[in-house]
Design a protein around this ligand. Sequence first.
Ligand code: ARG
Length: 461
Amino acid sequence: MNPDPVPHRLWGGRFAAAPAPTLEELNRSLPVDIRLWREDVEASRAWARALAGAGVLTADEVQRLDAGLAAVAARLEGGAPDAADEDVHTLIERLLYEEIGALAGKLHTGRSRNDQVSTDARLWALRAGADLAQEVRSLQRALADRAEAWLDVLMPAYTHMRRAQPVRAAHWLLAHFWGMQRDRERLAHALERVSVLPLGSGAIAGCAFPVDRAALARALGFREVSQNSIDAVGDRDWICELVFVAALIGTHLSRLAEDLILFSTEEFGFVRLPEAYTTGSSLMPQKRNPDGLELARGKAARLAGAAAAALGLLKGLPSAYQKDLQEDKALLFESFDALALLLPATRETVAGLELDPETLRRALADDSLLATEAADVLVRAGVPFREAHGAIGALLRRAESEGTSLLELPESVWAEAHPAFAAGKPRLSPETAVEARSVTGGTARAAVVRQLEAARAALGR
Ligand code: ARG
């Protein structure tokens, strides 16, 4: 028994006519916020109990409202209707009327869509945030697993995209692990601030019935209740934080993707991407394109855009709820949806990576990678580093002009470059260079083993 002729509206008493169709279309958020139906039902069931606690509803009324909401949930479980309702709150109230009649009209007592929508969206975000953290963690695990397998493989590391020094392949891969670890920490902190209950704030001034908000928060799994109703209905800081965290995760995925794209080119050839994570060209038969990784780079741009849009939404907005804020959920959903696609695909790509030892050996044969190491030999003999740097620089210049390499220069030339080399040129290799770097955070085997242990500990095993 719906007392309101279709379409059901949560307002309209003071209006002579329905809104213009163009405004109706613009205003309608149901296609976006339908995703909140579970949270809306859940928060409504808790609200009904809170109203009973405040003496607004009888025990029998709460029981009927609760059963009605359960029936609405069961209907929505079977597929959300293609309804014309303004938003998910309107839809659920209309369905509740269909289930239990006029009593449905008591549920919205003391509540506004302003505190309702923020409560629903926060509940959604708490769950989606936990899932997101798990996905990031799975990718980190894949990185740690690959790193462990590559502990004894060396590769050139690059700064300014120029060959710099040899490192362990595990060390390079784990570099991507730690950014993601910080992402998970950031996400956990942000979720603490999401876990604040707005319900009970009404439209702006607070609820006029003595609901037990602390009990409501406990029932819905929130950490605490908001302290200011005006702030509670207008606060979207948490959306900004979540979309920023998502954008940074996207940025980290994009940087990992760029390393993998570059290192898998014909020119580098250090790694091979698993075939199932590449696609072909419609024209060039030889191509195996890294589309998934390219899309990680591409989607990072949109994720960053969402973070900028969230801040733009708040900047200059008067306090409390304004309709602009309806745009918040699309940003949140879009960001989380993109990561839900990107993270598993990236994890599987990482899990299927292979190294090409032959190409790596050839790249490591460039002994200019050992120039720093050669200077360090002088330092160990008591030579000031600046002087050592100059001496090795001169040797490199000499090698270049003679069309040879640093270690191929004859002993006599080394001895000439610095008296400390009079006894002979140093024995240098990529292995000695990496093993010299045994500090915490360095690339020596023992240091990388410790790093892997720290990574496993961060994953909580
Ligand atoms: N669909 C709205 C939103 O997402 C719900 C809140 C509307 N509040 C209101 N007073 N019109 O923001």
